[in-house]
Design a binder for this molecule. Structure first.
Ligand SMILES: Cc1cc2nc3c(=O)[nH]c(=O)nc-3n(C[C@H](O)[C@H](O)[C@H](O)COP(=O)(O)OP(=O)(O)OC[C@H]3O[C@@H](n4cnc5c(N)ncnc54)[C@H](O)[C@@H]3O)c2cc1C
Length: 457
């Protein structure tokens, strides 16, 4: 039986693209057989390939898609603990458990990611300041090691493996299952407020005044300069009370009808997402918030996953693909790095289509987990090639100087030198990984680039 097939793979940014061999096992037995069949090739698990760059990619190796290892295994209605296989999508959890009054504890800007991917990147959401990361709500995981052994780990058993797997990007082994605590929610609605913010100082004022909201995030116009730098729309919310409900409005009904066709079926030409378009988009998006303040009862999807409405929107960047630069820096009363990063970007004219800013709570898992206390800014850029990479290198310098780091889940180009400065306990992480994968079975293109796998760095 031929388990591995040749296929082109890429992450959400569609850069880089590789040709690799991939198997899609449906049962544990198939997965174990695939591990045996690898011979001496390195391996890597991937979920739904929603990480942007090359961390879920492995050139010259064998990949395992977990998407068919997606069973719910156990659920305790009293406590919300769900045990499931790693290939379950957050979308599937929401479809099954939201009608029963439960929601994933942390969700990113798309529900089309797997539980394995959520652990592999220790993802964060709009509620980081209150609830921390996804892995703050994981009790244990079962991992398939390169040796073929299946190991249970949690904070007490094989705790070092548990620690290194949180944000470990698939490099410790293949997560088979996990126990995640779903949050009880009083209703399937969010009591949401949108506030127009005039500049960066205003953003930080509103952010500070939003501590009692469970969810908060802001879109900012990264083209605006001078006194308007950082203007945008701040969105904050909390679960609506039980019984609060409302009918679909006209736009929601139209979206529901159009849902099956809301998909970008072809690549748009590269020029569409050019600099001129970005400028107009940012202006129009800012103006869409006509009033300085609005309060609405929002459904889950438009509040958490607005980008999921157009499936395949990443094709809008054309065949060259796009990159995201997301960093976090410790809080600083002057917000110097955020200001300098925005002015560096506007100097180059390479505006970002979507820029999102948020204040993280004060938690840090260490290892390769990204979130830490401070401010995070995320920006998507068309792949403008060398000038964009040079801009990112300059931004790296600013981030390192301030003691911050970039998010590896969005990365496709960070240098090993910059990485080691951003994640100072990388060596401890690597030592732990090497202990659990002594034969170096698990690799990724990102892991090779950053010196996390293979011979000493
Ligand atoms: C529109 C959009 C919005 C996003 N918003 C956010 C956000 O707000 N916050 C945030 O944190 N992230 C965000 N992301 C990034 C995304 O949440 C992460 O990249 C997530 O890890 C993707 O999960 P996936 O299932 O697609 O995994 P993949 O991208 O396929 O894999 C991600 C990593 O996990 C590893 N992995 C996957 N499955 C397993 C397994 N079973 N065992 C071991 N390792 C495994 C892979 O090797 C890889 O290193 C966003 C992405 C998109 C496209």
């Amino acid at each position: 039986m031929q388990r591995f097939v040749e296929q082109e793979l890429y992450g959400w940014g569609r850069f880089p693209r590789i040709h690799t061999q991939i198997a899609r096992p449906e049962l544990r037995g198939d997965l174990l057989a695939a591990l045996k069949e690898r011979e001496s090739s390195p391996m890597l698990a991937c979920g739904n390939l929603r990480s942007y760059g090359d961390q879920a990619l492995l050139s010259d190796g064998k990949q395992i898609s977990t998407l068919r290892l997606n069973r719910f295994l156990d659920f305790d209605e009293e406590t919300g603990w769900l045990r499931c296989e790693a290939g379950v999508l957050l979308e599937e959890i929401i479809d099954v458990f939201l009608p029963r009054g439960f929601f994933p504890p942390v969700v990113p800007g798309t529900k089309l990611i797997t539980v394995g991917g959520a652990i592999g990147n220790d993802i964060h959401g709009k509620n980081h300041h209150v609830d921390g990361t996804f892995c703050d709500h994981i009790r244990n995981v079962e991992i398939l090691l390169g040796s073929g052994e299946i190991v249970f780990c949690d904070a007490e058993h094989n705790a070092d493996l548990f620690w290194a797997t949180v944000g470990g990007m698939g490099l410790t082994g293949i997560i088979l299952s996990a126990e995640v605590q779903l949050t009880k929610v009083p209703s399937p609605f969010i009591d949401m407020e949108s506030i127009r913010v005039e500049n960066l100082d205003h953003f930080f004022e509103v952010s500070e005044a939003s501590a009692e909201f469970t969810h908060a995030v802001s879109w900012i116009d990264c083209v605006a300069t001078g006194e308007h730098m950082g203007r945008g729309i701040f969105m904050r919310g909390r679960p609506a009370e039980e019984g609060e409900t409302r009918e679909d409005n006209f736009i929601e009904r139209a979206i529901k009808l159009a849902k099956p066709i809301l998909e970008l079926p072809v690549d748009l030409p590269n020029w569409v997402m050019g600099k001129a378009f970005m400028k107009v988009f940012n202006e129009v998006y800012y103006r869409k918030q006509m009033k300085a303040y609005t309060r609405t009862l929002s459904k889950i999807d438009p509040f958490f996953f607005p980008l999921d409405f157009v499936r395949g929107w990443n094709r809008g960047y054309g065949p060259r693909g796009f990159l995201q630069y997301q960093f976090v820096v410790p809080a600083d009363p002057e917000h110097r790095v955020i200001r300098e990063a925005l002015s560096e970007i506007s100097k180059t004219g390479m505006a970002s289509f979507l820029a999102v800013i948020k204040e993280f709570g004060d938690r840090d898992h260490g290892g390769l987990s990204f979130p830490r206390g401070g401010v995070t800014l995320a920006m998507d850029f068309p792949n403008f090639g060398a000038p964009l990479f040079e801009l990112f290198d300059r931004l790296d310098d600013l981030v390192i100087e301030a003691g911050g780091r970039v998010y590896l889940g969005k990365d496709a180009r960070l240098s090993k030198e910059h990485f080691q400065k951003m994640y100072p306990n990388w060596a401890q992480w690597k030592e732990t990984r090497d202990k659990w994968d002594p034969d170096g079975v698990f690799e990724s293109d990102l892991g090779r680039r950053l010196g996390l796998v293979g011979a000493a760095s």
